[in-house]
Design a protein around this ligand. Structure first.
Ligand SMILES: *[C@@H]1O[C@H](CO)[C@@H](O)[C@H](O)[C@H]1NC(C)=O
Ligand SMILES: *[C@@H]1O[C@H](CO)[C@@H](O)[C@H](O)[C@H]1NC(C)=O
Ligand SMILES: *[C@@H]1O[C@H](CO)[C@@H](O)[C@H](O)[C@H]1NC(C)=O
Ligand SMILES: *[C@@H]1O[C@H](CO)[C@@H](O)[C@H](O)[C@H]1NC(C)=O
Length: 955
């Protein structure tokens, strides 16, 4: 779990195998001839694997070792990859790592006749998901066994337990391999001489056993990505020889750091992406040999102890994305060997210590996403080796240091979202010859001086000047030919787009964000490589500009565009996101747009004047995940071709003129979460589901203001299982991650939005929290009773049945909806009493039963003490506060309200839903990485990617 600079990522992908093993050939000797039976065993082994054509070897393929094994060559001890005992002539070492061995291997393999093997390395081959052969246990003299990244699967055989002389065991890199029976506990009880144990990527799915503490010779323990559970035994940190401990990427592994003793030999600690928590002990300072220390993306709290300054051997320090608070200790300035310092995404406050400017070996300094104040220390310009400096998302003030141009090695400078002010000398900053990325958006610079800036900056590929008080497009851009990404959103750029701008970086530009300006026209587009164009929230008039064929994401929402959607749009064969919402586009949606369904994931046309019917899909392939055509005048019926859109999550046809019955055929769309059909001409009974498990993921269903009739769909209520289960990780939004460059390494987040009636008010949700569960069937002609089964939808937040013709009483089962915030049953024909049990609903903030035939006392406890008279009007039989009518019968008097503290607590719980941080859901598009190694890679870098992603967010 080492962090990688952005520019090395691609290189790293190609180099992954090197990470697992080195493939040096063992020295061979010619002093003794090898034994004939071993020689023939080896030749037989070669034969069994050598028939595979070298062309299938792929990028790891090298067969140099096996090629040196020749029938005519008597002394096998000379062969590459072999080591023999000088005295006995027996083969003791075999290294066939990265030798393009392909195909299954079993216990009959001649390899297992090499009874004197002490070292066996078969790493980085492809044994095609066979089991590790039982016969491995016959090689009892083995001291070193390396089977890493060799595509073995299934349980590790118990015969491995016979290898009690093993000092080094590497089974890493095969995530189909399991260690359950025997588990890790048994393994370490038998293999007591282990010094190196690497089980990375293995499916362990269990706690780390205490027995590991008995491995007194252990020097390295690598358990990266093993799905470890439980609490890590702290005593393992104290193993007398332990130098390397890697537990990274075990999100369910909790633990604490112990008090460390002086003299601890630990050199490398990797605890990133775990659930380790607690504080960093002052005794950390005792780890005098510590060289690399990674705890990024874990759950540590408290201060960074100043004793950290004792760790003078440190070269890498990664504390990013924890909850560390307090000031950055100035003692960090003593770590003069440090080349990487990552403290971003914590709660650190105070100033950037001037002492950091002593760290002259620093190449990466990331302090972003904290609460740092004060100025950027001027001396920072002495860090001449810095290649990446990220101070973004803090509260830094003052100017950018004048001598910034001393940072000759600087490639990335991120300063966005601070309160930096003064005049920004862009010409000075851009003097940095190596600068490729400059992100200055969202600061408070008074002006950006560019006197006579007419230079071209051939290295500059990313420029962020969003929210920088620009009143026009900076002319120096016309000299740039290498820009790939340009963000000028949220400025005051007005008027038509000048011609020179439209010819800037025409063969390079991939990302252009001009949203939230006052641009009035935008026409020809010459950028032949453009992937993302965001022009939303401007004042662009005229016809819809047609983006280049290369486009992935095109946003022009909230402008003044008029005219038709040109059929030219149907040629955008790569498009993933198309947002034309809130313009004045009229006419019929061109039927050919349905051709785009095999790439298009997001289609947002809402708030225009489109009429006619929604195009029927022409092909069976449909990648659509989100369709919003609300607020148009679409007619006809719902296009049944959408049944092919198996990934559809969000469908909004609100405020159109669709004439249809309930689309029960959508029930098989198992990802569908949001279905909004408000105010159309839907009619007829919803009826009962015809199959099982219909709409299993539905969470928001709004069928209000139609002509649905018949009884309420109780059979469907039973099937809407997503509203029945509480999932802990629901605190994310409906959003899509849109790739913004061809490598899919950077993303922007596109939020889904909607307006619905909540708590009696029309509310716009610019982002939708995934746990918002809503049923709105109001203003239809539903009759009959409210089915009891509603009570099983225990995660329901809003329930609106108002303006129907429902009869009978309010079911008691509604009291089971313990997170319900809004309940509207008004304007029906409900009778009977308001169940007292509803007073248990401690989140209930809106309650309306007005205009029914209810009778009896109004509950007088908890939430019910907050509802006003409007909630109850038009029910002649109701009595008690807030109505003026007193209740006569003392038997009906409810119990007294709970005493102060409890009542207060209950009321206090009427909190609005908070805003969590966005996590990946649904659409991670373009992640077409198929090989296991690449998937593994993606997992490791998830945290890092998230950081990058949040650099830019659509609207
Ligand atoms: C044995 O190996 C040595 C070097 O290791 C080499 O100089 C010598 O020629 C070899 N002898 C034979 C007989 O191959
Ligand atoms: C294990 O190692 C010890 C000490 O090196 C040795 O005496 C013993 O023979 C080895 N056991 C096996 C089964 O090779
Ligand atoms: C982090 O630790 C806190 C307690 O300190 C715990 O409540 C929370 O669940 C932990 N976070 C994660 C992501 O596990
Ligand atoms: C370790 O750091 C503390 C606090 O900075 C300091 O008082 C102590 O002298 C240091 N110990 C050593 C051995 O340097």
């Amino acid at each position: 779990m080492k962090r990688m600079p952005f520019d090395l990522l691609v290189v790293f992908l190609a180099m992954i195998p090197l990470h697992f093993a080195s493939s040096e050939t063992l020295p061979s000797t010619n002093s003794t001839k090898c034994h004939e039976q071993e020689r023939s065993a080896l030749l037989e082994f070669k034969q069994s694997f050598f028939h595979v054509k070298s062309s299938v070897c792929g990028r790891y393929g090298r067969r140099l070792k096996l090629e040196s094994w020749k029938l005519e060559d008597r002394d096998c001890c000379d062969w590459k990859g072999l080591d023999c005992d000088e005295g006995t002539g027996y083969v003791t070492g075999l290294d066939l790592s990265e030798s393009c061995l392909f195909g299954p291997i079993n216990s009959k393999a001649s390899l297992f006749r090499l009874a004197h093997l002490q070292s066996l390395n078969l790493a980085l081959n492809d044994f095609n998901y066979s089991q590790i052969p039982f016969a491995i246990g016959d090689l009892v003299e083995l001291m070193s066994l390396n089977l890493s990244s060799s595509s073995f699967e299934d349980q590790i055989p118990s015969q491995v337990l016979k290898l009690t002389n093993l000092t080094s065991l590497d089974l890493s890199g095969s995530n189909e391999l399991e260690l359950r029976n025997p588990g890790m506990e048994t393994l370490v009880q038998f293999l007591t001489k282990l010094e190196h144990l690497d089980l990375s990527s293995l499916n362990v799915s269990a706690p780390v056993p205490d027995a590991v503490t008995n491995l007194s010779s252990l020097t390295s323990l690598v358990l990266q990505g093993c799905n470890l559970q439980g609490t890590f035994p702290t005593t393992i940190f104290k193993l007398p020889r332990l130098q390397l401990l890697d537990l990274s990427c075990n999100l369910e592994l909790s633990g604490h750091l112990p008090e460390f003793d002086l003299g601890s030999p630990i050199k490398s600690l990797f605890l990133s992406e775990t659930n380790f928590s607690g504080s960093l002990p002052a005794s950390l300072g005792n780890l005098a040999f510590l060289n690399e220390f990674y705890i990024g993306h874990s759950n540590f709290t408290g201060n960074v102890p100043s004793s950290i300054g004792n760790l003078t051997q440190l070269t890498m320090l990664d504390f990013h994305h924890n909850k560390l608070s307090g000031e950055i200790p100035s003692s960090l300035g003593k770590l003069v060997q440090l080349s990487y310092l990552y403290l971003e995404m914590n709660l650190l406050s105070g100033e950037v210590p001037a002492s950091l400017t002593n760290l002259t070996n620093l190449t990466f300094l990331y302090l972003s996403d904290n609460q740092l104040t004060g100025q950027i220390p001027a001396e920072i310009t002495g860090l001449t080796r810095l290649t990446q400096l990220d101070l973004s998302f803090n509260r830094l003030t003052g100017p950018i240091p004048e001598n910034i141009s001393n940072l000759k090695s600087l490639q990335y400078l991120y300063l966005r979202s601070n309160k930096l002010n003064g005049t920004l000398r862009l010409d000075v900053v851009l003097k940095l010859q190596n600068l490729t990325l400059l992100q200055l958006s969202f600061n408070e610079f008074s002006s950006i001086i560019e006197p006579g800036m007419n230079a071209s900056f051939p290295n500059l590929s990313f420029l962020g000047l969003a929210s920088s008080n620009l009143s026009e497009l900076p002319i120096f851009l016309s000299y740039q030919s290498s820009l790939k990404e340009l963000d000028l959103s949220q400025n005051k750029i007005c008027g038509p787009t000048p011609l020179w701008f439209l010819t800037m970086s025409t063969s390079q530009l991939e990302f252009l964000n001009l949203s939230r300006n006052s641009i009035s026209s935008f026409t020809t587009l010459n950028w032949s490589t453009l992937l993302t164009l965001d022009l939303s929230y401007n004042n662009i008039q005229g016809l819809l500009p047609i983006p280049p064929m290369s486009i992935y994401s095109y946003l022009v929402s909230n402008n003044n565009l008029s005219g038709d959607i040109s059929p030219e749009m149907c040629k955008l064969s790569s498009i993933i996101l198309l947002d034309l919402s809130n313009n004045k586009l009229a006419g019929v949606i061109p039927p050919c747009l349905s051709n785009l369904s095999n790439t298009l994931a997001i289609l947002s046309f809402n708030g225009n004047d489109l009429y006619g019917s929604f195009p029927q899909l022409q092909n069976d392939v449909c990648q659509l995940e989100m369709i919003d055509v609300s607020g148009n005048q679409l007619q006809g019926s719902l296009p049944t071709g959408l049944a092919n859109c198996s990934t559809l999550q969000f469908l909004n046809f609100k405020n159109n003129q669709i004439v249809d019955t309930f689309p029960s055929w959508m029930g098989s769309l198992s990802y569908l979460k949001v279905l909004i059909l408000h105010s159309n001409r839907f009619h007829g009974a919803i009826g009962e589901p015809e199959a099982r498990d219909q709409f299993p993921n539905l969470r928001i269903v709004d069928l209000s203001m139609n002509n649905f009739s018949g009884s309420l769909p109780s059979g469907y209520f039973d099937m809407w299982t997503a509203m029945k289960v509480h999932t802990a990780d629901d605190a994310h939004y409906y959003e899509a991650y849109m790739p913004i460059n061809p490598f899919f390494l950077d993303y922007v987040i596109y939020d889904y939005s909607m307006t619905i009636i909540n708590k009696g008010i029309l509310l716009e949700y610019k982002r939708i929290l995934a746990y918002l569960n809503v049923i709105d069937l109001s203003s239809n002609n539903f009759i009959g009773e409210i089915p009891n089964s509603v009570g099983s939808l225990i995660e329901l937040r809003m329930f609106n049945l108002s303006n129907n013709a429902l009869t009978s009483s309010i079911p008691l089962s509604l009291a089971n909806l313990t997170v319900l915030e809004s309940l509207d049953l008004s304007s029906n024909k409900l009778s009977g009493m308001i169940p007292l049990a509803l007073a248990q609903l401690s989140f209930l903030a809106f309650f309306n039963v007005s205009d029914n035939h209810l009778s009896g006392p109004i509950p007088q406890v908890n939430q019910f003490t907050t509802f006003k008279i409007d909630s109850y009007g038009g029910n002649l039989g109701l009595c008690g506060v807030p109505l003026t009518k007193k209740c006569g019968n003392p038997v009906e008097t409810p119990p007294p309200p709970p005493s102060g503290a409890l009542a207060e607590k209950l009321n206090w719980k009427i909190v609005l839903m908070g805003f969590g941080s966005g996590l990946v859901i649904g659409a991670v598009m373009g992640l077409n990485m198929t090989s296991r190694i690449e998937r593994r890679f993606m997992r490791f870098y998830r945290g890092w990617q998230r950081r990058r992603m949040h650099q830019i967010r659509f609207v």
